[in-house]
Design a protein around this ligand. Sequence first.
Ligand code: ATP
Length: 445
Amino acid sequence: MTDSLDKIVSLCKRRGFVYPGSEIYGGLSNSWDYGPLGVELKNNIKKLWWSRFVHRRDDIVGLDAALIMNPKVWEASGHLSNFSDPLSECVKCHMRFRMNESSQISNSQFPISKQNPNSKKETKCPNCGGKFDDPKQFNLMLKTFLGPVESSENIVYFRPETAQAMFVDFKNVLDTTRKTIPFGIAQIGKAFRNEITPGNFIFRTREFEQMEIEYFIKKENWQESFEHWRKEMLLWMEAIGLDLKHIHELEIPAAERAHYSRRTIDFEFDFPFGRKELYGLAYRGDFDLRNHFKEPPYREVVTEFYPHVIEPTWGVDRTFLAVLSSAYDDSDKSRTVLKLKPQLAPYKAAVFPLSANKPDLVSKARDIYLQLKAKSYQLNPVFDDRGNVGKRYYSQDEIGTPFCITVDYQTLEDETVTVRDRDTTKQDRVKISDLGSYLADKISK
Ligand code: ATP
């Protein structure tokens, strides 16, 4: 299984999806940069999410808040006192490790096999075999100073979740929209956690992105709303091409839930390195609003009660990795294919002249490419006239381009082109004038 992670990491680097961060300076531990194709895939994930949960519904509005907030936010939310992981230090070599719920030890410097959740519990240091001291709580918030003076009054924190802004701006949103309970606020943005053991490529990093919804309800409706969001999350996973066979719902026992949660389900996914959390769904009760707004009323309509909150949360980077692991297919010896859902593919179509040294074919192919580019910003077509057609197909398959359009001699006679389907490799002959609607129809499926 870890084999396939290596293949994905290498494809990501080779084709411009993800590069090691600050590489020319020797890198920076577990930081990654999304390259030209990676940013397209990542943006397509975010666009699909926004369209599905904000634009297509009339009960959710968006927000894009500052990611450094007044530290009082983190005091009220409980993050300053509670947002921590247990950390143990080896008494012999002084290496530090994160102890998770099952007292397993994980550290990204060790081979992934040593971190296999199915392996035996380890109670000795994997580095030197030494003993551990008692675990200490380590706060995961990333600190900095705002302004030129590095004094304790100027300490601020990079947000560890996007959620709090949706609570802090709750009254502003109520006052400036016509929303009433039930309704939700959605946000996509960066979050930072000083993780003890980042690792497994982009799975656990200290800087990452989240897509979150805080859905405000009346207390008595929490179970119904929780169930609604559980189903919505599963439908989303299907929509982005994850096989539900690889999704496992895990009910988190009370003792292991985050400090604000009254119920949590983790959606775990079979990543190449094992079954791990992909998304979470939590019932936060009225914990956050009650702490931020000590006294109701928020507005005339909602005077007498604190709304309760259901929170579905999606990690963007983990979505990216799950999508790539699901799409990666090298079972056919002659080619590697990324079977991405067309809506997520960085390029939806590639346009080729059959032969690069026939100027009339090249110029016709260029015209078609430019027409497609002008017609729809969503297509993001690419032009390729290097090498031969076989090599170009190979190259587009590897980055997941669902349709390859070839201009040949027949095109010059009857204004038709061939369109090759990435997954079946079958070709259709399509009129140039119908190309836009042909592709739009296929891509929407
Ligand atoms: P974990 O148990 O893996 O540390 P968590 O339960 O702390 O995750 P949440 O607080 O529920 O995570 O965060 C919501 C989502 O944000 C997660 O489901 C995951 O997709 C993503 N996420 C959390 N931490 C990281 C991280 N360090 N790197 C990348 N994505 C993350």
